[in-house]
Design a protein around this ligand. Structure first.
Ligand code: DP6
Length: 362
């Protein structure tokens, strides 16, 4: 069983207290994860670009406590104690306790902040859960005779992060990460994300992602509710198969550098994700009128200029505008002049592909 390899070896050191800190990025899926089985196992493989600027910075201070019966932690967002986040962390701790035997022996103070505004409508669960998983892995390391090798450390961090939020397992490394068994992707697993192992054409290096904040409100549909809509969904099996074949196609595209083929797959994935929500029971429309205005403006710009800009969407109204680095100057002008007015308060975030999480010196 894959899970068994993540059970901790006997700890040889005792640690009474300490402090660790990590920054972990968000990621944007090109082939989407939508639908899961028990224990956070995805119904299909997904692949994402790791982002660079949208990050969560988490510091965990820990000290031994008397009783080992219960989890004990406090969570602070931007210095403010947040009780409403506690149930999610509690569920996470319950899921991962068997892999981190020290979890009930400490009181944890979890201090977290995001580089993007909390009210931006950008989900912080991927970056947040991966930063927390990495902090817990650093605490595990302190208990070991010699530190884990980096590859094993990252694999277990990704495995743990997945149990917090599926897409979080793709936020440990960069610049392209695959999560979910796929017959052509060497080393791929339903249990953790792996760095994309094949050739990537220079066209896809330092790819740009500008996140247009169309709706900064709370998510209309939580991801748990959303994933559950894929149970008994009339089109789910075809969709899961399509994700496999789209990933196979992307392997060829990453090798050849074919940007038109890339656009076709990425935009279709985004619209399919939303089509799944529109055709589930109950059904949802998560796009807003301005989401469509932006998509139409991107298509027109592409037709008028021959640009290779394209869009993708998460389970919400915001639009990720993706384009090659060499188009940065022109597309940023286009966004400012023609797309910013469709954003709430004209807000957007300029990001690009990055290389994963970093440990902070404290
Ligand atoms: C639409 O990872 O947020 O962003 O596992 O329930 O925490 P949970 O779901 P989550 O789902 C993200 C879905 C998505 C597509 C993707 O990132 O692949």
């Amino acid at each position: 069983m894959t899970e068994n390899r993540f059970r901790a070896a006997a700890y040889s050191k005792t640690v009474s207290s300490g402090r660790v800190s990590w920054s972990a990025p968000s990621n944007i899926a090109l082939v989407k994860y939508w639908g899961k089985k028990a224990d956070q196992i995805p119904q299909n493989p997904s692949i994402s670009f790791t982002l660079n600027e949208c990050k969560t910075i988490t510091t965990v201070s820990f000290s031994k406590k008397e009783s080992e019966h219960e989890f004990s932690f406090d969570l602070y967002l931007d210095g403010e104690k947040k009780v409403d986040f506690k149930p999610k962390i509690h569920t996470f701790f319950k899921r991962i306790a068997q892999y981190l035997p020290f979890l009930k022996t400490y009181h944890f103070k979890i201090e977290t902040s995001n580089t993007f505004p909390h009210s931006s409508g950008i989900a912080s669960s991927a970056s947040g859960m991966s930063a927390l998983a990495l902090c817990l892995m650093s605490i595990e390391n302190l208990h070991l005779e010699s530190e884990m090798a980096e590859a094993d450390f990252n694999k277990k961090a990704s495995f743990l992060a997945r149990l917090g939020s599926g897409s979080a397992c793709r936020s440990i490394e960069g610049d392209l990460v695959v999560w979910g068994d796929h017959k052509e992707v060497t080393g791929s697993s339903d249990h953790y994300g792996v760095r994309y192992p094949f050739t990537v054409h220079d066209n896809f290096k330092a790819y740009q992602d500008v996140i247009l904040l169309v709706d900064k409100g709370e998510k209309q549909v939580s991801s748990t509710v959303g994933h559950n809509l894929m149970h008994n969904h009339p089109y789910s099996q075809q969709r899961f198969e399509q994700a496999h074949s789209n990933l196979s196609e992307l392997i060829k595209v990453f090798e050849s550098g074919d940007l038109d083929a890339f656009i076709g797959i990425v935009e279709s994935e985004a619209l399919t994700l939303h089509a799944m929500m529109m055709t589930s029971m109950p059904y949802f429309i998560l796009m807003k009128p301005n989401t469509l205005n932006i998509i139409n403006a991107i298509w027109k710009y592409r037709q008028d200029t021959g640009s290779k800009v394209c869009f993708t969407l998460d389970a919400g109204a915001n639009v990720h505008v993706l384009f090659p680095k060499k188009e940065s100057d022109s597309v940023l002008v286009f966004i400012k002049k023609e797309l910013a007015s469709f954003c709430q308060d004209e807000n957007y975030i300029i990001d690009h592909v990055g290389f994963g999480a970093n440990k902070n010196d404290i």
